[in-house]
Design a protein around this ligand. Sequence first.
Ligand code: LMR
Length: 352
Amino acid sequence: NPNYLKMEGSSGLQQVSCRAKGGAPGFKVAILGAAGGIGQPLAMLMKMNPLVSVLHLYDVVNSPGVTADISHMDTGAVVRCFLGQSQLEDALIGMDLVIIPAGVPRKPGMTRDDLFNINAGIVKTLCEGITKCCPNAIVNLISNPVNSTVPIAAEVFKKAGTYDPKRLLGVTMLVVVRANTFVAEVMGLDPREVEVPVVGGHAGVTILPLLSQVKPPCSFTPEETDYLTSRIQNGGTEVVEVKDICKSWGGIGNTINALDSHIKIPQAYAAVKFADACLRGLRGDASVIQCAFVASQVTELPFFASKVRLGRTGIDEIYPLGPLNEYERVGLEKAKKELAESIQKGVSFIKK
Ligand code: LMR
């Protein structure tokens, strides 16, 4: 294993022949961008997932250190390291699920769309690897701006003749996680019992929580509806800003916070919650339903986030939005306007 040798060289460890083969029966999962702020906690949580038998950790820097660290966890998945673009294809061969958090995160004052120029090219390269090495894998795309990177991935796959819309999913789970948490706080409920459908996309006004469809049924005052909608739509920005404030604090905290500020723990939590749902679908579990940004006919737009049922080949069913109240209908029109532009931007990036 060339990856093991790389680690061996840097740590001076001798490789012993291991008798235990390791690895419970399960799925093969690759994380592209495994050494980043989402990738590291994501790698840890996927290593803990009993449905994973093999975990490939790919990045352009630092993946040997992350792999060495994660590989010491006494869980079933076998972990392998892949470093640099020359090892991308090896990282992808035979994968059932590819999770992509790669790319740069935003800084205060930036929108997710401001990341387009850097992340679009990164996603394109990674998806080209997928077309060659694991065209049948389920792809979970996290890299922002998701509203544009999912159309980019679709165009790359179309160009290569490997596109299957059922297997490409933009991960919007984090906004669902936030929505469940914030609604639970306002209503005094246990967040584990709250389900908020969040549709549309994954940026600003394109994030549309359907508070009229919350389970258990709740009724909100107009003030609560405004507060919750705005907090859910701006949750990502809230985190970026608070982390920036922490960075400006002095003393030793300054160094620690500067290092920690790019680690995205809830994004990793949400990504694993979503990946686990995809793996349960692949396993054949019934009624695995989550929201995701996918190719869709739910609206006139080619992509839209809504509830989907996950199965053995990816998306088995895409659910319609259901009845919306007037507040949500207005929100939907705003969301569609911005989404249409973001989708077109992604498509043009490949077609130009
Ligand atoms: C989030 O919602 O936290 C992520 O999409 C990252 C971001 O930039 O907001």
